[in-house]
Design a protein around this ligand. Structure first.
Ligand code: XUL
Length: 515
């Protein structure tokens, strides 16, 4: 049997997907929800409460505790842990973990009589980890941009971005120089979790490393000049950066307590978006992916390295080699939830009501900035309405309000993905809201592309398992895609809607410019 394990350390949970590549299926899934299962870490939504809405930090020990709980649960459901031939993982991107000089010593001598969180607590040089939702580094981004100008984006794939790791590290070094000096290793969530599995400090992969404003994508090495300016001595604190199919090490003997085999190959972890690219079978260029998770993301394998002139889109490493584009819309799912709550309807009715309003929604659109937005960058949120007086004053039907959010979200994705320069005719869609058939049709008509649904509930976790099979079992991605990532449904574009949505796109772009 060829069994591989993929772990997915996301904002709100840690999940496991165990696959059998011979049978071509997921044979076991498990999940730990941070808010529900680990309430003692005070992160009900994956982050600690803070009076400053721009600050979003999480307790890294919660991610560690989740690992023990997840394996306990897998063991309880008799998952074939002893048969696993390789492990990899996916981490929420950009988040960083700060560790002192004891980290590697502690990892090398983990005892099975204590749990992981207890043992790793003394290794932290910073109690909380900034995560991808944090927006508190605007001054640091300005400093980095002043220093490097357009080179920052040309060489690292993105201008200095608030949630990216480099600006976050710079802020920490400025605000807490003593704790920064105590820091011997700075890890991403992905490389931190991989380190625990293999019992030593693990490398960062190109996929996730590209989300740091520190990796030079032209040389695929840390950019010495940018690192030196970001924070003193930073280069010595960063792990090595490697290709996504590198084996980081063998599984630590600690995990034998759950029935796993010590020494099982652990492939480097990657970010959730690069992992999802594999998990939805889109590592070859030509097909785009829309992932409707907490944030909505639009991403695709790239034919060549290219950056977004508007500075909103990013370039990350494609786990199969080369690059991928990624555009993140922070208000994705929370904005849909807000409108659903305002209309006081079920998801079923939300979907149905959206279909009752006509395509184009009589020109009623909205800028859905319920909270700070990444694309376009909006640090002072506020929702703006455009259209009829009835709609703008909040008196229109639920159907019009619901259609307005869905059409606006589809239009913003179309508008801000144009820089990729590819007229996608196939788009694969995943995540909770991909079940909303009205949204699928709106996306098909706005993009004039075939929208394919994939029945993968956790594309990042599956992608991590496929990456484990690729790295440890040398199985090509293409040999696994047919079985694991086949489309389960399609929405075809209606060509008669092309002009209408072309006009709506112009109206949306104008509204965004004048706001
Ligand atoms: C991507 C981003 C998010 C996180 C969390 O740039 O910030 O997609 O990876 O999922």
């Amino acid at each position: 049997m060829s069994i591989y394990l993929g772990l997915d350390s996301s904002t709100q949970s840690l999940k496991a997907e165990i696959i059998d590549t011979g049978a071509g299926k997921i044979i076991c899934s498990e999940n730990v929800n941070f808010g529900k299962d680990l309430p003692e870490y005070n992160c009900p939504n994956g982050f600690l409460e803070n009076s400053d809405p721009l600050v979003k930090h999480a307790d890294p020990l919660m991610w560690v505790a989740a690992l023990d709980l997840l394996f306990t649960r897998l063991q309880k459901q008799h998952a074939p842990l002893a048969e696993i031939k390789g492990i990899s993982g996916s981490g929420q991107q950009h988040g960083s973990v700060y560790l002192n000089g004891n980290f590697e010593k502690i990892l090398a001598s983990l005892s099975t009589s204590e749990n992981l969180a207890e043992q790793l607590a003394p290794a932290l040089s910073r109690k909380a980890s900034p995560i991808w939702m944090d927006r508190a580094t605007n001054p640091e981004c300005a400093e980095l941009q002043r220093q490097f100008g357009p080179r920052m984006q040309q060489d690292t794939g993105s201008p200095a971005i608030e949630r990216f790791t480099g600006p976050q590290i710079r802020k920490f070094a400025k605000d807490e120089p003593e704790n920064y000096n105590q820091t011997a290793h700075i890890h991403l969530v992905s490389s931190f979790m991989a380190s625990i599995l293999c019992g030593k400090s693990a490398p960062v992969d190109f996929g996730d490393g590209a989300g740091m404003n520190l990796l030079n994508l032209k040389t695929l090495e840390w950019d010495h000049e940018i690192a030196a300016f970001t924070a003193p001595g930073l280069l010595n604190k960063l792990p090595p950066v490697v290709r996504s199919n590198t084996i980081a090490g063998g599984l630590s003997p600690y995990f034998a307590r759950y029935g796993l085999k010590a020494g099982t190959p652990v492939a480097v972890w990657s970010g959730d978006n690069p992992s999802s690219l594999a998990g939805v079978g889109a590592t070859e260029p030509g097909v785009a992916v829309i992932s409707l998770g907490t944030s909505d993301t639009f991403f695709a394998a790239m034919r060549d390295f290219k950056t977004d002139p508007a500075g909103c889109g990013h370039v990350f490493g494609n786990p199969a080699g080369g690059f991928m584009s990624l555009i993140c819309f922070t208000n994705g799912s929370p904005a849909r939830e807000k409108i659903k709550a305002e209309c006081n309807v079920s998801w079923h009715d939300f979907d149905h009501l959206a279909e009752l309003a006509p395509s184009g929604n009589h020109g009623n659109l909205m800028l859905p900035y319920f909270s700070a937005e990444s694309t376009p960058l909006v640090l002072n949120p506020g929702v703006k309405y455009h259209g009829s007086e009835e709609f703008c004053s909040g008196r229109s039907d639920n159907s019009v309000r619901i259609r307005a959010i869905l059409e606006s979200q589809a239009l913003t994705m179309k508008l801000h993905s144009r820089w990729i320069g590819e007229d996608f005719k196939r788009i694969r869609i995943t995540g909770g809201a991909s079940e909303c058939s009205s949204f699928r049709q709106i996306l098909a008509d706005v993009f004039q592309a075939e929208i394919e649904t994939i029945a993968v509930p956790d594309s990042a976790g599956l992608g991590a398992a496929l990456r484990a099979a690729n790295a440890a079992g040398k199985i090509p991605f293409s040999a696994m895609y047919d079985k694991f990532t086949a489309a389960t449904g399609t929405a075809a574009p209606d060509p008669s809607k092309a002009t209408l949505y072309g006009t709506a796109l112009k109206a949306y772009a104008t509204m965004e410019k004048v706001q």
